[in-house]
Design a protein around this ligand. Structure first.
Ligand code: SAH
Length: 412
């Protein structure tokens, strides 16, 4: 077996692919076949729960038995994912007789086709064959994936998708690694990036050269004029044919005015998409070792903005009703009004000794955590000098992991 393999991209949409075996190998192979649109026919007496879920969802056909030669009727490709070499050899013998390519997990030398190590970058697929050594293939694939993710020019902008458009991208809470894979890819493809004050600076460090960076926090008007101005900038740039990423802290739709920007684009007829982000309302507590829910401690969490005082006429928040809840309360933008918020919650029945925590600049080098109680937290914040951006967490979850021996604190 010295001849080189001949690489191909198989277009499997609507074509029958037979998978023999229902264990770990089949579980790993089936998703990419489904992604390619293949008509997957799975033959196995038993399935893993993940494969069973595909069957239950109607994504593939399952014959609950051992392989029979007629199973290959109409097949374009067969994947043998069984350990037993005798069973595998009998499948590949039938496949060879019918001139159907056969991938074998148990014996690469006996296979007529090999599955490459793969990395996907938008519409681009990179497939690596390691000359019979799957570990070498994976190592090369990992290196290429690293290069693609770090690229400063777009690899996945294809003819046809050209043209102006806007993506509202959640940048995550602060750590640059907490952006989503899709958000990161779109950022590397952008011609224009309009960034908020709270987006991680290191993300901006990695933009490709020539990108226009608009700092939305420097727009010299009051908050509502500034929002109109941002809407105008993203719409105008996209209408001029540029690829615009509107990069926002956390998640675009959590107190981020993403909805207004989406409507502005839609009204102007500009294609717009939203990429959700890791929101600080959940990530900041998590970074401080506080789960927003915990079994037998809290079965709900409520996220609320504290930017208006509880008695402000424009407030939309029923603080009296929130005080009646037992679960976790997460307050964003709440430091300025914290004394009034805490007093209102206590006045409406939330006990003053309810645990409370404040997490400043979560997931960054500047992260600080204060643990207190609802009754004392406002004074403690003043005394400790904590400042925005910070999230306030109220509820018994603040101490849910205190006695745990297994609290994860290893460096990542
Ligand atoms: N869309 C953002 C929230 C925007 S409102 C999100 O989903 O996270 C801005 C508020 O978010 C800040 O006042 C603060 O309360 C909170 N916040 C954002 N980033 C934070 C961080 N790294 N640490 C603590 N709080 C943060």
């Amino acid at each position: 077996m010295s001849a080189n393999p001949y690489p191909l991209g198989l277009r499997l949409a609507g074509r029958r692919v037979v998978v023999v075996g229902g264990g770990a190998v089949a579980t790993r192979r089936v998703p990419a076949l489904l992604d390619a649109g293949a008509d997957v026919f799975l033959v196995a007496p038993e399935l893993t729960p993940a494969l069973r879920a595909h069957v239950d969802a109607g994504r593939l056909h399952w014959a609950e038995r051992r392989f029979a030669p007629d199973d290959l009727d109409g097949a374009w490709l067969v994947q043998v994912a069984v350990d037993d070499p005798v069973a595998a050899a009998s499948v590949s013998a039938v496949a060879a007789e019918r001139r159907i390519f056969c991938v074998r997990a148990d014996d690469r030398a006996a296979a007529t086709a090999w599955t490459p190590a793969v990395t996907r970058h938008g519409p681009v697929t990179v497939a690596v064959l390691g000359g019979g050594d799957p570990h070498r293939a994976m190592a090369v694939r990992d290196a290429i994936r690293g290069l693609l993710r770090a690229r400063k020019d777009p690899v996945s902008t294809v003819a046809g998708s050209a043209g102006g458009r806007v993506a509202l991208v959640g940048a995550g809470p602060g750590d640059p690694e907490l952006i989503t894979v899709r958000g990161w890819r779109l950022l590397t493809e952008a011609d224009v990036v309009v960034a908020d004050r709270l987006v991680p600076g290191l993300l901006l460090d990695e933009l490709r050269p020539g990108v226009e960076l608009v700092d939305a926090s420097k727009i010299p008007y009051g908050p509502s004029r500034a929002q109109e101005e941002i809407n105008r900038i993203i719409v105008d740039r996209a209408a001029a044919g540029r690829v615009v990423v509107r990069l926002k802290g956390g998640d675009p739709y959590v107190f981020g005015r993403g909805g207004e920007e989406l409507l502005a684009c839609a009204e102007a007829g500009v294609p717009v998409t939203v990429v959700p982000g890791v929101t600080s309302s959940i990530a900041a507590p998590a970074a401080a070792g506080i789960p927003v829910t915990h079994r037998a401690v809290a079965h709900e969490f409520t996220v609320v903005s504290g930017h208006l005082a509880p008695d402000a006429p424009a407030s939309l928040v029923r603080w009296d009703a929130l005080a009646a809840l037992r679960g976790t309360l997460v307050v964003l933008m709440g430091l300025k009004n914290l004394a009034a918020i805490a007093a209102t919650l206590i006045a409406h029945g939330r006990p003053a000794d309810t645990p409370a925590a404040v997490v400043q600049e979560a997931t960054t080098d500047g992260q600080q955590v204060l643990r207190s109680t609802l009754g004392a937290v406002a004074d403690d914040v003043v005394a400790s000098g904590l400042r925005p951006p910070a999230v306030v967490v109220v509820g018994d979850v603040v101490h849910a992991l205190d006695i745990s021996e297994v609290r994860p604190s290893h460096p990542v």
